[in-house]
Design a protein around this ligand. Structure first.
Ligand code: GLU
Length: 420
């Protein structure tokens, strides 16, 4: 059951902790605690060996109040119901904070994509799409990439959905390739958003990015763009990490060279000299740098790590990267550290997903400049709103962000009423 998942428990704990900062009735809170739908399907796949294997696929719609469900689809061996339920709940708050006409959803398939061929991944994706077809749609639930999935995965979903329903439906998923109704700017959107929120935060704590230092955990779509954009702003990226390990180099990494290396190598391991830079996760996060960016996955920053942080800014580029303990440390013992909460920090991805969905509905496509301008507007506005709310209420940024978001979803529920 999802209730026993530590990640769900920390997401629920966050929700309940902000209720006193809202005006919501208990009946509405009751409805926000649990997801509206959990769809679990068995996905049979013919493997290259000729064997048939079953995979467990999940789609969770936390709420359907504010519009269609929206959220990524993740392929990872860690996927379980509790994780997906927690991530769907975070998507509800993220969409609400950014004022998007979506409700929170998330999906996952328990598998190890790095051990599967492209053909196996395609058959898995297409069969999963067919299995959950009655529960998705451009006005029902719209998926997007997340850990272990990418533009190609979205193209397969778009194609499968369109073939099976007999009509071309560009708005069924976002994060599609440009060739199939994708939008300019979607691939870099999450990392760009992360850096825009870092700029806003840095200004408020008088941190000059030019000359600042950072460590970034994760070098996937989000982490690599974040590193690249920080470096462009004069930040020395002293720490990088991926599945192969955590690496710290005091004189900083050449981010461009790392990105180049990854074009022909699967992981950072083997990059010239990097093996000598290997450090433990704890040492990685607790180096004396200005900015710490967890951009990998949930529950990476523990209470122990949080107590030993020496930075001025934590930017949560991943969803739920802090454990409940770490959250408490940051809120109480480490008030000196400015926290940019996940639902604000990494919202750039879903914001540009929204732009892609709108473009798909209209079949009218925007320039890269238009996408970036609108992204900046929405992210910076949400930052200002959150910071203003937190400051006025005398609460931390996470509480401020969640209070705004939860209040919005709760009020929508209250206004729509309870059927029957
Ligand atoms: N997977 C991303 C997230 O966690 C993007 C979701 C989307 O674009 O729908 O926010």
């Amino acid at each position: 059951m999802f209730e026993s998942s530590p990640f769900y428990q920390s997401a629920l704990g966050q929700l309940l902790s902000v209720i006193p900062h809202t005006s919501l009735e208990p009946g509405v809170v009751e409805r926000l605690r649990v997801p509206k739908r959990i769809i679990t399907v068995s996905v049979p796949v013919r493997m290259d060996s000729g064997d048939t294997r079953m995979f467990m696929g999940i789609r969770v719609q936390h709420s359907l109040t504010a519009g269609p469900g929206k959220g990524g689809l993740r392929f990872a061996p860690t996927v379980d119901t509790g994780e997906v339920v927690a991530l769907a709940m975070l998507m509800s708050w993220k969409c609400a904070l950014l004022g998007l006409p979506f409700s929170g959803a998330k999906g996952g398939i328990n598998c190890d994509p790095s051990a599967m061929s492209i053909g196996e991944q395609e058959r898995l994706t297409r069969r999963f799409t067919a299995e959950i077809l009655p529960f998705i749609g451009p006005t029902v639930d719209v998926m997007a990439p997340d850990m272990g999935t990418n533009e190609q995965t979205m193209a397969w979903i778009f194609d499968t959905y369109s073939i099976v329903t007999g009509s071309n439906c560009a708005q069924i998923v976002t994060g599609k390739p440009l060739e199939t109704y994708g939008t300019l700017g979607r691939r870099a959107a999450t990392g760009m958003g992360v850096v825009y929120t870092i700029e806003e935060a840095a200004r408020r704590i008088n941190l000059k990015l030019n000359g600042a230092t950072a460590v970034v955990q994760g070098f996937g779509n989000v982490g690599s763009v974040t590193c690249e954009q920080l470096a462009l702003r004069g930040v020395t990226v002293k720490g990088v990490a991926d599945v192969s390990g955590h690496y710290f180099r005091d004189k900083g990494f050449d981010v461009k060279a790392l990105m180049e290396y990854l074009k022909s190598n699967r992981t950072l391991a083997g990059f010239p000299g990097i093996d000598a830079d290997k450090v433990s996760v704890d040492d990685f996060f607790t180096q004396p740098v200005d900015i710490v960016v967890p951009a990998a996955m949930e529950h990476q920053v523990t209470g122990k790590i949080a107590r030993n942080l020496k930075c001025r800014l934590v930017a949560e580029a991943a969803n739920g990267p802090c454990t409940t303990d770490a959250d408490m440390v940051l809120r109480e013992a480490h008030k000196d550290i400015f926290l940019i909460p996940d639902i604000l920090c990494n919202a750039g991805g879903v914001v540009v997903s929204y732009f892609e969905w709108v473009q798909g509905i209209q079949m009218f496509f925007w320039s890269a400049e238009e996408v970036d301008n609108k992204l900046q507007q929405m992210i910076r506005r949400a930052f200002i709103l959150t910071h203003g709310h937190a400051t006025a209420r005398g609460v931390d940024m996470r509480t401020g962000a969640l209070a705004l978001a939860v209040e919005k979803v709760g009020k929508e529920k209250a206004k729509r009423g309870l059927f029957p």
